[in-house]
Design a protein around this ligand. Structure first.
Ligand SMILES: *Cc1c(COP(=O)(O)O)cnc(C)c1O
Length: 368
């Protein structure tokens, strides 16, 4: 144990946090960063200017607390989502990670449990331990799919208080059918449990994939969470949000910190949403690169999963760590989620994608 961790162990830390390390993917400064599913395209200059202007206006008000109810932002988010939602259905926070944390604070906590189906987003168990909520690791099939029957049966067996469904799923990239969400909601109804569909990557979905937003009507305990970090290219702004019945947002108001969304954050998000078409202009191009990755990896004899997202999860590697390292040595970072024989890569710009595919092809032929 080093000196700092020795000193840390002297503190009266909560028992379930002892020995843990802070979470975070490596932030390594290399030219091509395809490891955390950001939108790698630069923001359009018009949007940068609009944000700067709106933030400058907000700066003049910083002696006052911000609008605690962020009404304008909620209105713009409701309009963006459509589906007959209005501002009473919307809540926002500092990234969808904070949204998920607030959901756990309101509906989880000591003596309660949250279930998810792995492999899935690695933040779920960490948010659970941070809020002292028991984490139940549900299972997917060997090919990482999750059927309605299997998911509902696992919910009935474990009776969690909260279910997190990640769709499109990180790290595997594939969306769930609405039948899975309906079946899980029905199973969860028997124990009055909350069901959250994390749609961080919804904007990248394939043409026939449907959003769980269409299921919200009449389902009081269903929540759809979204983020501006991925398709909008605003990971640095930290804005996530949810859509649900108005009473769900009232539950979250009981645990949110007053003024949790700063005036600067609100101004940034508002300016971005007023330019939503410009911001989302890159989405089709990213999907093109994503599909190109899937087809090239297939030609190379690898096994990419169906991707509804801006990244591709692929198997069929004998030595994923060697490939990961070989790419890093060439200035390209992708993600090793520690799942045997697999890696995950974000679809970048055309040039970034080309560099990744060329280097990967070289590394694979050198291994033969
Ligand atoms: C990236 C990601 C998020 C987004 O987190 P933010 O806090 O909004 O940046 C949420 N869920 C999943 C599954 C993700 O991959």
């Amino acid at each position: 144990m080093n000196v700092r961790s020795e000193l840390l162990s002297q503190l009266p830390l909560r028992e379930n946090l002892r020995g843990l390390s802070p979470y975070g993917a490596p932030q390594i400064d290399v030219p091509i960063q395809l490891n955390v599913n950001e939108n790698t395209h630069p923001l359009p200059q018009t949007v940068i200017d609009a944000i700067a202007q709106e933030v400058s206006k907000a700066a003049a008000t910083l002696n006052r607390y911000p609008d605690r109810e962020f009404v304008e932002l909620r209105e713009l988010l409701a309009k963006y989502l459509g589906h007959d939602l209005d501002r009473e259905n919307i809540w926002a926070a500092n990234g969808s990670n904070e949204i998920l944390q607030q959901i756990l604070q309101a509906f989880g906590g000591p003596g309660r449990s949250v279930m998810s189906f792995g492999p899935t987003y690695s933040m779920y168990p960490l948010l659970a331990s941070g809020t002292d909520t028991e984490y139940i690791a549900g299972q997917r099939a060997d090919d990482f799919t999750l059927s309605a029957d299997s998911a509902a049966a696992q919910v009935r067996e474990h009776t969690p208080n909260i279910v997190f469904l990640c769709s499109p799923n990180n790290p595997t990239g594939t969306a769930l059918g609405l039948d899975v969400i309906e079946a899980v909601y029905e199973a969860a109804s028997e124990t009055n449990a909350m069901v959250i569909v994390d749609e961080a990557y919804a904007e990248f979905s394939l043409a026939n994939t449907k959003s769980a937003l269409s299921l919200l009507g009449g389902r009081q305990r269903l929540i759809v969470s979204r983020t501006m970090s991925k398709a909008f290219g605003l990971a640095g702004a930290r804005v996530g949000y949810l859509a649900a019945a108005p009473e769900v947002t009232d539950a979250i108001r009981l645990v949110r910190l007053p003024y949790h969304l700063s005036a600067v954050t609100q101004a940034t998000a508002i300016a971005a949403l007023k330019n939503v078409d410009l911001l989302l202009a890159q989405v089709e191009e990213i999907k093109t690169q994503r599909d190109r990755i899937v087809s090239t990896l297939t030609e190379l004899g690898l096994k990419p999963s169906v991707s509804d997202s801006n990244f591709v999860f692929f198997g069929g590697l004998d030595d994923p760590h060697a490939i990961w390292q070989g790419l890093l040595d060439a200035g390209i970072i992708i993600r090793d989620n520690g799942i045997a024989g697999t890696l995950r890569v974000t679809a970048g710009t055309e040039a970034e994608t080309t560099a990744f595919l060329e280097r990967l092809t070289e590394l694979l032929s050198a291994q033969k």
